[in-house]
Design a protein around this ligand. Structure first.
Ligand SMILES: [Zn+2]
Length: 254
């Protein structure tokens, strides 16, 4: 494949991911707004964060549901990008295994996302209290509630929802593709080679630019800025190496 063909492939992959991400961004945004209003209302009534653990737990459950749907849809859509694996009796077993991996990733993400939502609200409360030294109005529960609602559910929730949707779609797509290709390689005894393709869309990290064009036999990790990643958005990677990554993996046989 020429460089242009690789980029064309990578863009097709990203376009498909972006379509899914855009769809789920709306659900995530709605969820953030809902939680924002619950946090605000609860603070206004109780004048404390006493109900926040319960709100966080409900928020986490709903985020998990949304992200499980996202992961399932992404995994299904990306079956078309799979190597010509032989249809066989193991495929259900393989798909179940992939779904379990995706579900485990989702649980980790949902736990982080819900904890972050509460942390953002808590920062708003602390800031308002600090500012109330100069502006006494800022310690009023109504004012704080409004600030929580604005900060957690307002304009910021749009970009936050987009980041979550994109990162999770990217992770699910790469995990599903990689697992299917690994199984196909094992069963067919084909030598599958994977190539890191950085799409150079202006937001690419230097470490990911350096990984561009590197190839590995499937099952061998890439070294990306000192971290060993099997594929872009490998769930084992650090957040700094994964969030908003736009790299794509190319699959080829020797
Ligand atoms: Zn990347």
């Amino acid at each position: 494949m020429t460089r242009n063909q690789k980029l064309k492939y990578a863009r097709a992959v990203l376009l498909m991911q972006d379509r899914i991400a855009l769809k789920y961004q709306k659900d995530i945004k709605r969820e953030l707004k809902l939680t924002a209003s619950q946090l605000a209302e609860s603070y206004r009534i109780n004048q404390s964060t006493v109900e926040y653990p319960q709100i966080q737990s409900d928020h986490q459950k709903r985020i998990t549901e949304i992200l499980l749907k996202l992961a399932k849809e992404t995994s299904d859509k990306f079956k078309v990008f799979t190597l010509n694996a032989k249809k066989d009796m193991f495929s259900n077993y393989v798909e179940n295994g992939i779904y379990n991996m995706l579900a485990a990733n989702v649980l980790t993400t949902a736990s982080t996302v819900s904890a972050n939502t509460i942390a953002i609200a808590s920062v708003v409360i602390m800031q308002s209290m600090r500012e109330s030294v100069d502006k006494p109005k800022n310690s009023q529960p109504d004012v704080i509630a409004k600030n929580i609602s604005k900060r957690v559910g307002g304009q910021y929730s749009v970009s936050r929802a987009m980041t979550i949707a994109r990162t999770e779609t990217h992770k699910a797509a790469n995990t599903a593709q990689y697992q299917r290709a690994s199984v196909a390689a094992q069963e067919s005894e084909l030598e599958v080679v994977v190539e890191w393709i950085s799409t150079n869309d202006g937001r690419v990290r230097d470490d990911h630019k350096h990984a561009d064009g590197q190839t590995r036999p499937i099952g061998q990790p890439f070294n990306v800025g000192g971290e060993l990643l099997m594929y872009p958005s490998d769930p084992k990677g650090s957040a700094a190496n994964v969030i908003n990554c736009r790299c794509v993996l190319g699959y080829d046989t020797k």
